[in-house]
Design a protein around this ligand. Sequence first.
Ligand SMILES: [Zn+2]
Length: 129
Amino acid sequence: MASRPPSASGKTRRYDRRSGEAQGWRRLYKTAAWTRTRLAQLSAEPLCRLCKAEGRITSATVCDHIDPKLKEDPATFFDGPFQSLCDEAPYRCHSSRKQRIEALGYEPGCTTTGRPIDPGHPWNRPRPA
Ligand SMILES: [Zn+2]
């Protein structure tokens, strides 16, 4: 079993496994500017956008960068565009659905015919001529 190296005080510490670059932009979430941006977004759009698209009325608690690439650059971090998402059970649109979409590169799920619902899914891309 892997063990963590002890800190100077002799106690084990919890390490952040994210890259230095990711730790850099994640720090921006703790700024007063982000608190203002988040509150403005949630005031303008108080309901979860993904739940609303599926006919559910759910309060949003997360201000989400629609394009995840924009949050990685401090120059565009506060610019948006943003969407409001929920992050509480049972739907957890931000932590389960949106982050899975970001990891896969497309939205999982299919129609009743078995065709993937996301137009960006590899099955829905045009075939080479
Ligand atoms: Zn939701």
